[in-house]
Design a protein around this ligand. Sequence first.
Ligand SMILES: *Cc1c(COP(=O)(O)O)cnc(C)c1O
Ligand SMILES: *[C@@H]1O[C@H](CO)[C@@H](O)[C@H](O)[C@H]1NC(C)=O
Ligand SMILES: *[C@@H]1O[C@H](CO)[C@@H](O)[C@H](O)[C@H]1NC(C)=O
Length: 560
Amino acid sequence: MAPSITQVLNVRTPAARRQLAKTSVDLLRNLLFVLFLLRYSRVALTHLYGYGPVASAKMGYAALRKSLYRIFLRLPGVRGKVQAEIKQSLDELEKKLVPSGPGITRYTSLPASGWGPEQVRAELEKLHEMKHTRWEDGRVSGAVYHGGKELQDLQMEAFGKFGVANPIHPDVFPGVRKMEAEVVAMVLGMFNAPADGAGVTTSGGTESIIMAVLSAREKARIERGVTKPELILPETAHTAFRKAASYFNITVHYVPCPAPSYKASLSHVSRLLNSNTILLVGSAPNFPHGIIDDIPGLSRLALRRNIPLHVDCCLGSFLVPFLERAGYDTELFDFRVKGVTSISCDTHKYGFAPKGNSTLLYRSAALRKYQYFISPDWSGGVYASPSMAGSRPGALIAGCWASMMSVGEAGYITSCHQIVGAAKKMAEGLRSRDTLRNDLYILGKPLVSVVAFSSDTLDIYNIADGMSSKGWHLNALQSPAAIHVAVTLPIVPVVDELLNDLEACVEEEREKQRQAIVEGKGKPLKKGDAAALYGVAGALPDKSIVEDLAAGFLDCLYKA
Ligand SMILES: *Cc1c(COP(=O)(O)O)cnc(C)c1O
Ligand SMILES: *[C@@H]1O[C@H](CO)[C@@H](O)[C@H](O)[C@H]1NC(C)=O
Ligand SMILES: *[C@@H]1O[C@H](CO)[C@@H](O)[C@H](O)[C@H]1NC(C)=O
């Protein structure tokens, strides 16, 4: 038996023994308290150091406001009102999204006996023709990147040949394995990967990012024993990183991307780095403003602390690697920058592959291994899979491979020229047309396909709603309030039309403002969807109402 503390000290009288026991208990308690204090003051100090005293105080204030507001929202009178408002908004949304009324048949159970092919075809045609925002006429920002009939037909042929294929059985579908490996090899080459570079294909940018975060977490856990992983994320980085952090319980530190450059602030990244950091992130370019972060700068920080750096080229995909050869300015962003350890590149964006395809590249095969899932003792057999999915569609791999082979390097350089050229034309229009120049300004200096703009004089969301009523689908952004256009091939021929409509919307908005001033702001202006949603979202300290609305929106998508 281990000697007790009293035996060690060889204390004889019971009173003295009791006294000593009490003292040591007290001592222990004080020690624990000091440890507790140390631990929390360490957390607090790291926070204070990472964000600085002003931002920390602001964050504390925001947290306090948020909790108070949450309590306010739960007050009996308020709660009912809020819920009623939310329900009304969702009902309106449902009317817009879910068609109903006479002439609409809803199929919510299997047909008792199967339809003939003609009937299926006729119904598919009806579904295809449903009233929608016309991407075919270049009215939609992002979404459809190519849309050309010839390429689509080729993809359909590839689908037809490989409809049953599944790369989980490489011996049964050797062609699919070969194509998948070749897609990765080609993309590695485009991003100047070293000889040991390696990659995987995934179902989209989000999965690529989730896997990059997972492998960084595993690397940090296995090599450095990190159990409280932290991710340093520019505010403008794609929200898929937030999703990954939420799935994998990783703490996120946000880095501001201030005007005028709108690039991630390196001094903030540097201060937020600590021994729990698993990954730094930069975008080339980011989704909101189309800005390429200072990748060489991030790389220096990553190398100094020996931490991986992921560059998100999901959107830049097949444009950024060809900027220079298409004759445009560019910045260094790929594996030529020493600290870059992984890159996500979406073949299904400007690679023009069918939807459901992306790649994730690593500087070395050793880094890739951290994302593998291997289950050696399952009763179903030894199981190994590279990414999230088990069975995977071989048809998509064939579609992706066929697209890349048919467009080729020259084709991608030409489309880069067309798309980036159109984005530059749009930016030029915003800067040179008087109506636009006086009220709108471009965020930062975009080098690729996205042009984001805002206004200090007009409500930019009203302008977005105005554009919607003219049949355009632009993207509304927040903090700061802005809208953007991600130029794709269908948009290239209609840039002038877009600028003309934008001018009309700006003029309308100016006129409304004049009226409101004349009428002494008498009646509130009727707000459109974007203005209503972002107007509310921006004003609230706590976003639970927005969360409820967004969850209701998702529910709505599954209403038959
Ligand atoms: C589109 C996009 C992603 C995510 O891609 P999905 O294919 O939609 O999952 C990631 N990063 C950026 C910058 C993007 O624009
Ligand atoms: C295409 O997408 C599927 C999943 O949707 C994925 O399994 C496959 O690896 C991808 N292939 C390529 C070439 O990107
Ligand atoms: C998430 O991580 C934190 C530490 O970073 C830990 O305290 C917490 O228990 C974890 N939560 C879950 C659900 O694992």
